[in-house]
Write a protein that binds this ligand. Sequence first.
Ligand code: 5GP
Ligand code: ZN
Length: 112
Amino acid sequence: MSNCLFCNIIAGDIPASKVYEDDKILAFRDINPKAEVHILVIPKKHIISLADLDEQDDAISAYLLGKLADIAREQGLQGFRTIFNTGKEGGQEVFHLHAHILGGASLAGIGF
Ligand code: 5GP
Ligand code: ZN
């Protein structure tokens, strides 16, 4: 979608600090990190949010979830926190599905 920020990052029209990419997903550094390591992982397919997944997205959802720990490990994280903000009331600001991977020393001892 041309008016979607993350689709524009996928297309290369907006620069991003990419840390992993394949034919299905892209991972890049959050521009405003909330932890020592803060990565966003997105499907290349434009899906608005977790609330907008349908059955035909089962494979890409499972694939993205399965890659999170690999991407975190590549950033040197043994443990990490994953957040999916869903909908305006859930704090979602960019309406292209994304997992936040947060980790690093600044997370130690900070729980919900
Ligand atoms: P949300 O609140 O939708 O879950 O998270 C959106 C995230 O995207 C925020 O953490 C924000 O810092 C990040 N973000 C917004 N615009 C850009 C951008 O242009 N580039 C990158 N790398 N991250 C962005
Ligand atoms: Zn999009």
